[in-house]
Ligand binder design. Structure first.
Ligand SMILES: [Zn+2]
Length: 191
């Protein structure tokens, strides 16, 4: 069984300390980045690539399902892909042919954005558990870590792989210190 971490909505102020925590634990994650945050943080994204993380696309503006005409959503995805490729270039790391994609709020039933994915021939990366670390106030680091452990235990009992969705940033540029600390607690437990 595999346990993987992914982080959405960054980069943000908590991304560098999170990268420190992941690096100390030799843990590689996937970051689903917002183009609007990435434009001013290409060096942070290049560090992700250098340290072995995968860079994913979370659109430019984090628009709600149905909020954008298809062509605008496609423009957002392609502009964010271009920034991600620039980050890989700065890192001196070859970009993968297929950049992972996770739509804001995830792919929902009856989601009209599925047609855009089909047009772009892109897969959607979901999750097996989404943490409420995006809430205000965020749960405590210990509560988040406990939720992660409970999901791992339940998944292990069913021989299922785990992919966590957490948040290292937001479209408003918020810090996520509880997320960073929860990941540190979780990775220390698994050392
Ligand atoms: Zn998001």
């Amino acid at each position: 069984m595999s346990i993987r971490l992914s982080f959405d909505d960054g980069p943000g102020p908590s991304t560098p300390p999170l990268l420190d925590v992941l690096h100390a634990a030799s843990c590689e994650a996937t970051f689903f980045l917002l183009g609007q945050n990435l434009a001013g943080a290409l060096d942070v994204a290049a560090r992700m690539a250098r340290e072995g993380h995968r860079l994913g696309n979370h659109t430019h503006s984090h628009a709600r399902p149905g909020a954008l005409p298809d062509d605008v959503l496609i423009d957002e995805i392609e502009a964010t892909d271009a920034l991600i490729r620039e980050a890989y270039r700065r890192a001196g790391v070859p970009a993968p042919d297929a950049i992972p994609l996770r739509l804001p709020y995830g792919l929902m039933p009856q989601d009209n954005r599925a047609g855009v994915l089909a047009r772009l021939q892109r897969e959607h990366t979901g999750w097996t558990a989404i943490l409420d670390d995006w809430q205000r106030p965020a749960p405590s680091p210990q509560a988040l870590c406990d939720a992660m452990c409970a999901h791992v235990d339940a998944s292990a009992a069913q021989h299922r792989d785990v992919l966590f969705c957490m948040h290292d940033g937001s479209r408003h540029g918020e810090a996520r210190p509880n997320t960073v600390e929860a990941v540190r607690l979780f990775l220390n437990l698994r050392d």
